[in-house]
Design a protein around this ligand. Structure first.
Ligand code: NAD
Ligand code: DAU
Length: 360
């Protein structure tokens, strides 16, 4: 803990990683005030925030980061010290169907936030780079670097080469954040993380989709040949990394965050299938028989993998958790939270805030 009192804006805090980050922050920095701004799109779920929503130093606002008037009012009212921007359209498949909404939120929305920071924070050429009186922290993705061949790793110096509308929009946002550092001296940090997994992840992403379908005995779709590789990181480790980077990272810099858990999709789905057989006392191979190879994702990146030496060597962070244990814990969470699943699958989770916050 720092002992300093800060007012923190976390955007996208009703989503998967955002809700974990708000929880992490309230637990570790109880002297801070956290404002969670979330548009409550299909990916936002107030059930993800239930365990901390009544805390006195937590405040939820429903709204979009693209709404410049709202952002202005919030900056005026709350005088934010630090901003963590997690609000995003985050799913690659959806970006192929509807690229414009990704540009709106990920590029335009990020720029609206950056403009508010420039307006409300007094920035000088003599900016004290270590003090971090203010901070704009952009949570980004390793997908901005495109696809790797075997044996190669992304580093902070890798060339940007996004292949999907999602990753292109996140790349655009990263460039804007860097441009605001160089042009306006805005104190910024960017981290680009690999694939996260854990509780509260919306079941459109590979791991929760596989777990839910497996529990329900539905098909487990594998795109293409299933040999694409991802590097998996448990979500609370990502939050820990964000915390370390925010406090110890050098302003203007980028840090890569990875899990050192590279799996081919097909092997990962087989592993989950075995774990589900075990947990549900099914005969070995029962769940794997649900695997179905389906049409590949257009522009599908073959492999992502992170060289995390910068964050390890400069900030002393490396992921510590055992992947298989955390995967089992994640499966247990979905098995023991049937109401969350039921509400998400039926769409009931949206009814609560349609009633309470209007029809968004
Ligand atoms: P998510 O889709 O679960 O959550 C996104 C949240 O943002 C939702 O609550 C949604 O309602 C909100 N949101 C969307 N548009 C908004 C807008 N215009 N204004 C305000 N709120 C809005 O996403 P996630 O997986 O938790 O990802 C969070 C961030 O982390 C994203 O920026 C994503 O690019 C990045 N990231 C994700 C991963 C991953 O594996 N999930 C890995 C690296 C980086
Ligand atoms: O690398 C970080 C990124 O990870 C984040 O920036 C994104 O927000 C997040 O969605 C994730 O992107 P991916 O495209 O890697 O995740 P997804 O879970 O959609 O897919 C993981 C891999 O599994 C990918 O190779 C596609 C494949 N897949 C996915 C689904 C949903 C399947 O084979 N079948 C599926 O049904």
């Amino acid at each position: 803990m720092t002992g300093e009192k800060r007012t923190i804006l976390i955007t996208g805090g009703a989503g998967f990683i955002g809700s974990h980050l708000v929880r992490h922050w309230l637990k570790n920095y109880p002297e801070d005030r956290v404002v969670n701004l979330d548009a409550l799109t299909y990916a936002g779920n107030l059930a993800n925030t239930e365990d901390f929503s009544s805390l006195a130093n937590y405040h939820f606002v429903q709204g979009s980061i693209t709404d410049a008037d709202l952002i202005e009012q919030l900056f005026e009212k709350h005088k934010f010290d630090w901003v963590f921007n997690l609000a995003a359209e985050s799913h690659v498949d959806r970006s192929i169907q509807d690229p414009l909404s990704f540009v709106q939120t990920n590029v335009v929305g990020t720029t609206v936030l950056l403009n508010a920071c420039v307006k409300h924070w007094s920035l000088s050429n003599e900016m004290n780079l270590s003090a971090k009186r203010h901070l704009f922290y952009q949570i980004s993705t390793d997908e901005v670097y495109g696809s790797l061949s075997a044996g190669a790793y992304f580093t902070e110096g890798s060339k940007y080469a996004p292949n999907s509308p999602y990753s292109a929009s996140k790349a655009g946002a990263d460039h804007l954040v860097r441009a605001y550092f160089n042009t306006y001296n805005l104190p910024v940090l960017i981290s680009n993380c690999s694939n996260n997994f854990g509780p509260f992840q919306f079941p459109e992403k590979l791991i929760p989709l596989t777990i839910l379908n497996a529990i329900e005995g539905k098909k487990l779709p594998i795109y293409g040949d299933g040999k694409q590789m991802r590097d998996w990181l448990f979500v609370s480790e990502h939050c820990q990394a964000i915390d370390v980077i925010a406090h110890k990272g050098k302003l203007g810099e980028t840090y890569l965050v990875g899990g050192k858990n590279e799996y081919q999709n097909i092997d990962l789905v087989h592993l989950i299938a075995e774990m589900i057989d075990d947990k549900l006392n099914r005969d070995k191979g029962t769940t794997a028989s649900l695997i179905e190879f389906v049409e590949d994702r257009p522009g599908h990146d073959v492999r992502y993998a992170i060289d995390a030496s910068k964050i390890e060597n400069e900030l002393g962070f490396s992921p510590s958790q055992n992947f298989e244990e955390k995967l089992k814990e994640t499966i247990d969470w979905y098995l023991t939270n049937p109401q969350w699943i039921k509400d998400v699958v039926s769409g009931e989770y949206r009814r609560f805030y349609e009633l309470n916050y209007g029809n968004t």
